[in-house]
Design a protein around this ligand. Structure first.
Ligand code: ADP
Length: 595
């Protein structure tokens, strides 16, 4: 009933008005009735006294005398007049046949009149079927006032239905006034309630807009009351909320950027082990593919028992758990699982995945490098030692043999010197200490010069060496000396690994914004297993182990081409020859612009 402020204001208004009017009308009616009856009583008492006096002086107290008198005076006074003897017998009545009337001795007003000199009573008259006011006065013997000197009683009565009618009218008026007052109270209450609740309703709408996310909404209070202060507080709250949301959004943005760009994979799991956040690195490292991991279980997303075990250990024992995990023999991940709020049971988990593959590979390369270099050095050193021992053991006494041994010693020393030289160069190139002297260079200059230098060697090996360039090839942007070094290496390899009567061909062609050079032979070819590794340092296919190369040539070539922003690759099938390609960017139209 009091669910709205309007009702809370209106109901007390109406109730208060009704109580006031009801109280006022009850009081007025009772006063009115009392006053009216008192006046009427006084009138009847005076008339009764006058009648009593008249009766004593005018005749005997017999029915014959009194009854006509009662009728006459009843007419005069517009009242019912009754004479009653001391024994209660009715001696005359203005409105009824006195002979049929019973004894009136026990009527209260008669008793009271005889006792106290004046009696009154209000009651229903069976004779007239009306509510009547009876006033009785004793008729005393002439000149006597003693209480017991009564000789008869005269009673005057009038109906009081008039009073009742008057009171009913009064009640009607009061009721009408009450209705008007209630209506006025209601209207006033509605107006007051509306004025009071209008700013509250506006506040309600403001709060709804806040809830819908419109924190820029504001309300300017038109008054100075409590609601205005509340509105002010609302505005302040929204401003603060907005500021906090902005800060939060900035924080979230930063966090998102960090997560998106960090190399480590990061996943957040809820208590049940469902993924609630995964950054791009995690998606990549776990090879999740296009399907979003969010909402899926970690078991499905990780698809690796070791990783799942790690999470379960963290869940069961609490505290950070980490382990190195191998994925299919090629990817190595360091997995770290930690509870998000340590010490609090079941608060979710953070999974960090660090990619160790590269470090592992570097470790392997370093290990291989050391073992290769020791291996490569061991062979020439061992031959040198053997040669020196042979010389010491007497070969020196045989000058022609000694000469031959010294030649062999020189070859081994040259090999060692070349290896050291190439290693130095490689390390300088790798550490970026050899700046490229870039300039526009023609394909002829890059390809034909080194080829011509190697032609005698090819002919000695009984090979057919041929180069052809299409007309109109654009110049490339390159360090000519370095690129010639690459070409020399490739052609030299081709000659080295092609048996007599084979062919070595080379050429170049434009492909988009690059010129692709190639050196092709009909030699021994490279197995698929070796092909993937020929550009590594010291890598030599088994067959070439005895060939005297260092295995560094292609590694150096790759570094040089990489430094030009180009690409080098090989296509080969074992026994069917190999083709080595490398690409170089076309020289810019205005070289000055490229620095
Ligand atoms: P090397 O000094 O041994 O030639 P490279 O780095 O130039 O060193 O070559 C590495 C290895 O690649 C060689 O040992 C050889 O096994 C293989 N290779 C390179 N070029 C050819 C080719 N044209 N045909 C066959 N195998 C080749």
């Amino acid at each position: 009933m009091f669910h709205s402020i309007r009702a809370r204001i209106a109901v007390p208004y109406v109730v208060l008005t009704l109580i006031t009017i009801a109280g006022l009308s009850a009081y007025t009616q009772s006063r009115f009735r009392a006053t009216y009856l008192a006046q009427l009583e006084d009138r009847l008492a005076a008339e009764g006294a006058a009648l009593a006096g008249a009766v004593v002086t005018q005749g005997p107290l017999s029915a014959e005398f009194l009854n006509p008198l009662a009728v006459t005076y009843g007419g005069f006074l517009d009242a019912r007049v009754t004479f009653i003897g001391l024994d209660g017998a009715v001696l005359g009545d203005s409105h009824q046949d006195y002979r049929t009337m019973p004894s009136h001795l026990l009527r209260p007003e008669i008793q009271e009149a005889l006792r106290e000199g004046l009696g009154r009573s209000v009651r229903h008259s069976d004779t007239l079927d009306l509510r009547m006011l009876y006033v009785a006065v004793p008729v005393r013997a002439a000149l006597s006032v003693a209480p017991d000197s009564a000789i008869a009683v005269v009673r005057v009565a009038v109906p009081i239905s008039e009073v009742d009618a008057e009171l009913a009218r009064l009640r009607g008026v009061t009721l009408a006034a009450a209705l008007v007052a209630v209506a006025v109270a209601l209207v006033t209450a509605v107006v007051v309630a509306n004025r009071t609740t209008k700013p509250i309703r506006q506040l309600e709408r403001l709060a709804e807009r806040f809830a819908a996310g419109d924190l820029g909404a504001r309300l300017w209070p038109a008054t100075q009351d409590e609601v205005a202060r509340l509105t002010g507080a609302f505005n302040g709250m929204a401003a603060q909320l907005r500021q906090q949301m902005d800060t939060l959004a900035v924080e979230q943005g930063r966090m998102g950027a960090v997560l998106d760009h960090m190399a480590d994979g990061a996943l957040i799991l809820d208590n049940e082990g469902n993924v609630s956040l995964a950054n791009p690195a995690a998606t990549r490292l776990l090879e999740i593919g296009r399907q979003s991991p969010i909402g899926r279980s970690f078991v499905q997303v990780a698809r690796h028992h070791q990783l799942v075990d790690l999470w379960q250990q963290c869940r069961d024992w609490g505290g950070e758990q980490s382990a190195t995990i191998e994925f299919g023999g090629k990817t190595f991940l360091q997995g770290i699982v930690t509870p998000l709020a340590p010490g609090q049971q079941r608060s979710g988990y953070l999974v960090i995945l660090q990619d160790l593959t590269h470090i592992r590979r570097l470790e392997t390369v370093r290990r291989d490098f050391i073992s290769n270099i020791s291996h490569e050095l061991r062979t020439p050193l061992a031959s040198l030692k053997a040669l020196v021992e042979t010389l010491r053991d007497g070969a020196l006494d045989d000058p022609p043999a000694a000469e031959r041994f010294l030649d062999l010693v020189e070859t081994e020393v040259d090999t060692l010197a070349q290896m050291v030289q190439e290693l130095l160069e490689l390390s300088r190139i790798e550490s970026g200490q050899v700046p490229l002297q870039l300039a526009a260079a023609t394909a002829e200059a890059l390809l034909l010069d080194p080829v011509e230098r190697l032609r005698p060697q090819a002919e000695r090996s009984g090979l057919h060496l041929e180069c052809a360039l299409p007309p109109g090839l654009p110049a490339v942007w390159a360090d000519a000396n370095r690129v010639q070094q690459v070409v020399t290496n490739l052609v030299h390899n081709a000659i080295k690994f092609t048996p007599p009567n084979g062919r070595v061909t080379c050429g170049a062609q434009q492909e988009g914004q690059a010129v692709v050079f190639w050196v092709k032979d009909t030699g021994v070819g490279i197995s698929a297993k070796d092909l993937a590794r020929v550009f590594e340092r010291f890598y030599k296919a088994d067959r070439a182990r005895s060939g005297g190369g260092t295995g560094l040539g292609l590694a150096i070539s790759r570094h040089i081409i990489d430094a030009h922003g180009g690409r080098i690759w090989a296509v080969s099938a074992e026994g069917k020859g190999s083709t080595f390609h490398f690409s170089l960017p076309v020289a810019p139209a205005n070289p000055a612009m490229s620095g």
